[in-house]
Design a protein around this ligand. Structure first.
Ligand code: ADP
Ligand code: MG
Length: 328
């Protein structure tokens, strides 16, 4: 049954929003009013997911909502920020009641975990598009940026690589959101690395979240730092499910390096900090792997053992993957 705009906002979003002292005025007025804590800097991110571009059309509504919030949380994680509140702009082709309830349940499942209030938004009609804007806080001057890497720093990643891309491949083959699949879970419900980002804010020299593939995002971080990198292919952390599903070795490294949708953090850290950081990451149950080193020369060199791999081979893998991505 179709719901009117007011009912959508009331039933699916306003009634479920988490109460928070900082929210002086939430959903229902012309704008939200928020108290910002003294002595903090505000960190803002926004990300849009378009049906057929950023997620397959058949994606369950819960997962679309979950992912829209998760990718924004991931941007805050990469800045070392603590999330504070978010807004939601939702464009819908029709107001299907069941779809909206499912959407709102996926959204608040994740929002509740981070005690994150939804403070406003917009609801319009059109092709399915979900925009989430998120705000968080950091101590003054403590935001983690892409630009502080120094030659000699270790390059590390959280979690495992390539699972999101392998998940997309699996979904395209099966066309259903199989439950309990690590790979599909990674694709639709990436875990935002908020706690890891907070740990890193005191220790890392640079950080980025991996949304477009390690190679592309590391490249951004290196360019903004004015540095280059040397990566060890055999050090890239792969999950068991990934290695079982993707059997061909060159496809494995192509997805791990160039596949999108991992939402892990890639960061640089002075070598003397590595051990303490790795112990701290253990305490929050976050896997962390050193995959290379920052170098002076502004290029990314990839090694398999002692042998340097031709970067064009990697880009071929990337383009091949992009073509697959286009058909979702
Ligand atoms: P206006 O026309 O003044 O922009 P709207 O009718 O668009 O007001 O919105 C009314 C209230 O509902 C506002 O507080 C707005 O922030 C909130 N709102 C609208 N859509 C959403 C949504 N999808 N999620 C959360 N809040 C929403
Ligand atoms: Mg409006």
């Amino acid at each position: 049954m179709p719901l009117a705009e007011f009912d959508i906002i009331q039933n699916c979003f306003a009634s479920q929003a988490i109460q928070h002292d900082d929210v002086k005025l939430g959903i229902g007025d012309d704008a939200a009013v928020l108290a910002t804590p003294a002595g903090k800097e505000l960190v803002i991110a926004i990300d849009t997911l378009v049906a057929g571009v950023h997620f397959p059309h058949q994606t369950p509504a819960q997962d679309i909502a979950y992912k829209a919030l998760a990718v924004n949380l991931s941007d805050l994680a990469a800045m070392g920020a603590s999330p504070a509140w978010f807004t939601l702009a939702l464009t819908l082709p029709e107001s299907n009641e069941q779809w909206l309830y499912d959407f709102s349940s996926g959204l608040f499942e994740l929002a509740n975990r981070f005690h994150l209030p939804l403070v406003g938004g917009d609801t319009t009609r059109g092709p399915l598009t979900v925009t989430v804007q998120i705000a968080g806080y950091v101590a003054p001057g403590k935001a983690l940026t892409r630009s502080g890497a120094m030659p000699g720093d270790a390059i590390c990643v959280t979690g495992t690589l390539g699972d999101g891309a392998a998940g997309l491949k699996k979904f395209q083959q099966q066309n259903i959101a199989e439950k309990n699949s690590v790979l599909l879970n990674k694709l639709f419900r990436p875990e935002p690395r908020i706690a890891a980002g907070r740990l890193l804010s005191a220790k890392a020299s640079a950080c980025i979240d991996i949304s477009d593939g390690l190679y592309a995002d590391l490249n951004h971080m290196m360019q903004q730092s004015g540095t280059g990198a040397r990566l060890a292919l055999e050090c890239l952390p792969l999950s068991e499910e990934f290695s079982e599903f993707i059997e061909d070795e060159s496809e494995q490294w192509s997805l791990a390096l160039c596949g999108g949708d991992d939402y892990e953090l890639c960061f640089c850290v002075p070598p003397e900090m590595l051990e303490a950081l790795s112990t701290a990451m253990n305490t929050i149950n976050c896997r962390m792997t050193k995959i290379g080193e920052v170098e002076q020369a502004a290029e990314i060199r990839i090694f398999k053992g002692e042998q340097e791999i031709d970067n064009d081979r990697i880009k071929t893998g990337y383009q091949h993957f992009q073509q697959q991505d286009d058909v979702v």
